[in-house]
Design a protein around this ligand. Structure first.
Ligand code: GCV
Length: 883
């Protein structure tokens, strides 16, 4: 080495020292690394005993992945080099080393004593000294388990916890899967974070980098399967051409121990196979499925299995031939069994053409009514996949009684990480709080303890030989191409939490969220405390400003399931009724009502049947009561609804100042993303609050004791302002706009609304509540005495994500400007310039030139948005959105 290079080294060393001493830099982050950021730890010397050699004693893709993950993570977090070798057992013992191997490896058996082998998915981590050498040994029952052990070690260091001295873990149940509702054309049903990471334009993507990264994320929390396509499956899914492409996804998943699974449509023997029938009891159909399964396993030897949605929401099923779910599930199961594949047959079967005039009709009954008589008739590799509640992922439902009814069948629980009814990743809602409540619910089957978690772990109703039944946990996740996977930087906490609960449903949720926060946002105690607290409260807050007392979410079920749309649930065949009438509200599901309550085992049935013991938060799910019914809390039902909505919308608005108080301690990109979303949530919570309170006040005829509803002294309705060009338009449903109306502008140059200020002189926050439809971009500005004080564009992409001119609670949003100086007599004007780019004409031009017009061309080419405004609101100048 010459002088120059020595000087260079000294220079590099001093720079490194300077960097170490400098306060940590907050790098821009787009969230794509999720909780696997491997940020440098505050005090790497805590881990100085960790050997710098990583030795992998095995040659499978998962073992390689475990080794490289450790090397990458440790180097990045501890700021020193770790080398990685794949070596023989003899060399391994001669070095200070981190050794990864399987329990079948001799040297590891010797090292770890006689209590091996481990169970298939179990890992053990030991730290000890052997012949004067420091050894950290990660041993797994399978290569996949070695990978879980490696991720666990990395997580402990990332969260700056002590190294485990001797720790062994194994998962609660064998099925820990995610379902993705992706379509081959690249769209995702109920996906809110961009297009599919797997498919585009009818094919598997050429570039599957994201798919591999996703599998890595799943493996890092112990998940082992991913069903990549919509349960409303493409009918040609099982063609040979598609299957060959799916094999590429399986290749991307394999190193991470994640099995590929597919949703299949039961008509495939007809649609793909050309048979005249798909009757599951027809021998030709059975033979077709066998051949198809053989073909799949020849391409994908570790294929996981099929998920099936049948006889539900328009999907065809065995009922067409007078057959039952067991007939259908078993024909697939028998085709998969020789290859050790499984069938996840969904319990989500119901009639969506129910007669709402029939007081006994009840969608909630469907699960038990459709399945209980086949209990015990499903093959051993069939698992019934049951949604957590009897309706459909509402903000709160009781747990599905089907869990307690299928005592001789295998079961898995299905939850929805994709926030279909819980704010669609525009509202922060941490769902593990709800899932934990569901999993801990004790159904008391046979008057003994049978919590849902033990049922799906297969322990409550074991097999004849005493072994647990196969079962587990499934999350409908619907990640997309958005860099951060689920759009809201806080939303991935749901997937992380799901993985953790699926691994160990007894892990305290406080511990789970704290780990996620530290890994995702760093270890600053104030930042962590803020995020943990907000996340832990978020489900109750969301429930509080949406659907109260077990009524369901009250979202627009005929629209996009995003904003309020209360009566959309009533008087139609979908059966999400809550029966809001003049005399009272709630579904009577007691013995004298629909009888649903009797589907629960006796102790729970008695608890829900009696008004004295039915919990307030499930009251309207089970009972029809008058609006002034006294809750256990002592308040009347209707006043409790009003108060909860005000309190919860205020609590959601508090997220903004809480978040702002941590500015500078969080990287800017993610800070700004969260801030924008929290601002949106604060405004949308007010839309929800007002819609529901106003609706309840009108139907019950009982005014709010505090006189708040429709008496917002700081609010100015757009329709009461002086218009120039703006004209009134009604909004439906009426409760989703203040005063039931908005003002719209159809004038190309724009329109304005003006009012005179009466407020005392001071600094004010001004919120403008307007509607932002998907494609159009209206321009707005706000002026005081003719001087523009703020301007913005209505260009948000709210989840409905499709052209819809309709103004309602799905697209109502707000812009807030702060610290505007106002005095009595000032003139305040909102200008709006609409987007009138209706490209219908140019689309028609395309038709005349090229002949046929693509069927949806007129829809997708339409940008019209008439700069719609609902109201203005003033508030004191503070960080909180005005109330
Ligand atoms: C995939 C609800 C959703 C549907 C979904 C269905 C299901 O009805 O709104 O989008 O379809 O559940 O779980 O099958």
């Amino acid at each position: 080495m010459n002088d120059c290079s020595i000087r260079g080294l000294i220079g590099v060393a001093s720079l490194a020292l300077l960097l170490l001493l400098a306060p940590p830099l907050l790098h821009a982050e787009d969230g794509s690394e999720a909780w696997l950021r491997y940020a440098p730890v505050n005090d790497p010397s805590e881990y100085k005993a960790l050997p710098a050699h990583i030795i992998v004693l095995g040659d499978t893709p998962s073992e390689h992945a475990a080794g490289s993950e450790l090397q990458k993570g440790l180097s990045s977090m501890l700021g020193r080099h770790f080398d990685l070798r794949v070596e023989s057992t003899s060399t391994a013992s001669s070095l200070d080393s981190i050794v990864i191997g399987s329990s079948k490896s001799n040297v590891l058996s010797h090292d770890l004593g006689n209590d091996l082998p481990l169970k298939a998915e179990q890992y053990r981590i030991t730290v000890h000294s052997e012949h004067g050498k420091n050894r950290v040994v990660i041993v797994g029952g399978t290569p996949q388990a070695e990978l879980y052990g490696a991720f666990h070690l990395l997580e402990e260091i990332a969260a700056e916890r002590r190294l485990p001295v001797d720790e062994s873990q194994s998962p609660a149940a064998p099925i820990r899967w995610t379902d993705e509702w992706d379509n081959l054309n690249g769209t995702i049903e109920r996906g809110y974070a961009g297009p599919s990471i797997f498919f585009e334009a009818g094919h598997v993507r050429q570039n599957l980098t994201r798919a591999a990264q996703y599998a890595r994320l799943l493996a890092s929390v112990g998940m082992n399967g991913c069903n990549v396509n919509n349960v409303n499956a493409d009918l040609d899914l099982l063609t040979t051409e598609h299957l060959r492409e799916f094999a590429h996804i399986a290749d991307a998943f394999r190193p991470w121990g994640v099995k590929l699974a597919l949703s299949v449509d039961l008509t495939s023997p007809q649609t793909v196979g050309g048979l005249s029938t798909f009757d599951p009891l027809d021998p030709a159909v059975a033979a077709w499925w066998r051949t198809k399964a053989d073909e799949i396993y020849a391409l994908i030897p570790d294929f996981g299995g099929f998920t099936v949605k049948a006889d539900s929401e328009g999907r065809k099923g065995p009922s067409q031939y007078g057959r039952n779910p067991a007939d259908a599930a078993n024909v697939l199961a028998r085709a998969l069994a020789p290859h050790h594949g499984i069938v996840l047959y969904r319990g989500f079967i119901y009639n969506n053409h129910l007669d709402w005039l029939d007081p006994k009709a009840d969608r909630a009954r469907a699960g038990v009514d459709n399945f209980v008589r086949y209990n015990g008739q499903f093959d051993t590799n069939v698992i019934i996949q049951i949604k957590e509640g009897p309706i459909d992922f509402q903000a709160r439902e009781p747990v599905s009684p089907l869990f307690g009814a299928l005592t001789h069948s295998n079961m898995a629980i299905e939850v929805e990480t994709s926030q279909e009814y819980t704010g669609q990743q525009r509202h922060m809602v941490w769902l593990p709080t709800m899932w934990k409540w569901v999993l801990d619910t004790d159904l008391r089957v046979g008057n003994r303890s049978t919590p849902v978690k033990e049922i799906v772990e297969g322990r409550s109703f074991p097999l004849a030989d005493g072994q647990p039944r196969p079962g587990g946990f499934i999350s409908v996740t619907n990640v997309g191409m958005d860099a951060n996977w689920l759009h809201h930087p806080m939303a991935l906490a749901n997937l992380y939490g799901f993985g953790k609960l699926a691994w160990n449903p007894d892990q305290p949720i406080e511990e789970i969220i704290d780990s996620w926060t530290r890994l995702t946002w760093g270890t600053d105690p104030q930042v962590d405390q803020t995020i943990d607290t907000l996340q832990l409260r978020s489900w109750n807050i969301y429930e509080g400003y949406t659907g109260p007392n077990g009524m369901g979410t009250l979202t627009n079920i005929l629209g996009y399931h995003f904003g309020p749309g209360i009566e959309s649930a009533e008087r139609n065949g979908w059966g999400q009724w809550f029966r809001g009438e003049k005399d009272g509200i709630g579904m009577d599901r007691t013995g004298s009502g629909t009888g649903y309550v009797e589907q629960y085992p006796p102790e729970l049935a008695a608890r829900y049947e009696s008004l004295a013991t039915c919990p307030d938060d499930l009251l309207l799910f089970f009972h029809h009561v008058p609006y002034d019914y006294k809750l256990h809390s002592g308040k009347t039902l209707v006043q409790s609804i009003y108060d909860t909505h005000y309190a919860s919308a205020n609590a959601a608005a508090e997220y903004v100042p809480q978040w702002k108080s941590r500015k500078g301690k969080i990287d800017d990109e993610r800070y700004q993303q969260v801030l924008a979303l929290f601002n949106f949530q604060a405004g949308h919570a007010i839309v929800w609050r007002d819609a529901i309170n106003h609706w309840f006040e009108r139907i019950s005829g009982i005014p709010d004791a505090q006189g708040r509803i429709e008496h917002d002294s700081n609010r100015i309705e757009a329709e009461s302002m002086q218009p120039r060009g703006y004209e009134a338009a009604s909004v439906s449903p009426w409760e989703t706009a203040s005063g039931g109306k908005a003002m719209v502008c159809r004038v190309p140059d724009g329109c304005s609304l003006t009012t005179q200020i009466n407020q005392p002189a001071g600094l004010y926050d001004i919120a403008v509540q307007y509607f932002d439809t998907w494609h159009g971009v209206s321009h707005y500005s706000l002026s005081v005495n003719g001087t523009v004080v703020a301007s913005w564009t209505g260009d948000d992409t709210l989840p409905p994500a499709q052209f819809d001119l309709h103004l309602d609670g799905q697209d109502s949003t707000r812009f807030t400007t702060h610290a505007v100086a106002l005095k009595p007599g000032d003139t305040l004007t909102v200008h709006g310039i609409p987007d009138l780019r209706s490209e219908l004409n140019s689309a028609q031009a395309i038709r005349s030139e090229a002949g046929a017009l693509a069927p949806d061309a007129s829809e997708h080419r339409d940008y019209r948005e008439y700069a719609p405004i609902d109201y203005l609101e003033f508030g004191p100048n503070s960080a909180v959105t005005p109330q």
